[in-house]
Design a binder for this molecule. Structure first.
Ligand SMILES: [Zn+2]
Length: 230
């Protein structure tokens, strides 16, 4: 048996073939885990936001998730860092003497929509740390060595990003506003997308991603290709 055949058998070559940071042999397990996490977060978000049919103030305020995190006190503290780096735009810390006190640090130099996204993203990390089902899920993943730590970290980040998008752009409301704008004109292009993004207090890239996620089309000729990382 040749050495290269051995390598194919043990998946080594697959582990070196990455897309979006995920090795090829981990992609199926990663996608399954992300689907579970997204579905779980969707149920949590439905508990946080007012029931379907009730009025919801837009852009969605962070108070809904803050109130859901009963027992925690949350502070927001800005820092300043030039944008256009790969560094995270925020992070959170638990008080060493009072674990129920969380400080969320965010880059004040980022656009306002990005700052809000970052704060919500960090709140979802806090939620992940105190939600029993999430903790069991990640404990099981860590014990199962088939997924490398870098992939589990990616899952945690991507899961928080997707939850944040669902929270800031709840499907029913987002869908309704999309159609309200669409019905006023012949097309849904960059101007209309900006309008929709403004209503939900998110960036154009984030709104575009969410639209695609819920299966709505945007007039392709009106939009330049965008790289969306979540
Ligand atoms: Zn994060």
């Amino acid at each position: 048996m040749s050495k290269s055949y051995d390598e194919i058998n043990n998946g080594y070559w697959l582990r070196r073939t990455k897309r979006d940071g995920i090795p090829a042999d981990c992609r199926l397990a990663y996608n399954r885990c992300l689907n579970w996490l997204t579905s779980h977060n969707k149920q949590l978000i439905e508990k946080m936001l007012p029931p379907t049919g009730c009025a919801l103030t837009l852009p969605v305020e962070l108070t809904h998730i803050e109130n859901y995190l009963t027992g925690f006190t949350i502070d927001y503290r800005p820092f300043y860092r030039p944008s256009a780096s790969d560094e995270p735009e925020g992070f959170h810390k638990r008080d060493a003497f009072d674990p129920a006190h969380i400080t969320i640090h965010f880059n004040q130099n980022a656009p306002v929509a990005r700052q809000q996204f970052t704060k919500a993203h960090e709140l979802f990390h806090v939620l992940q740390l105190c939600d029993p089902k999430c903790l069991d899920f990640f404990d099981a993943l860590v014990e199962d060595t088939s997924l490398p730590p870098s992939v589990i970290m990616k899952l945690i980040e991507r899961g928080a990003d997707k939850a944040t998008a669902m929270y800031l752009m709840p499907t029913e409301y987002f869908y309704k506003r999309y159609w309200a704008i669409k019905e006023t004109g012949d097309e849904f292009g960059s101007e209309q997308l900006q309008d929709l993004a403004n209503q939900f207090g998110v960036s154009v890239e984030t709104a575009k991603y969410r639209l695609q996620e819920i299966g709505q089309c945007i007039t392709p000729k009106q939009l330049s290709p965008m790289s969306i990382d979540f």
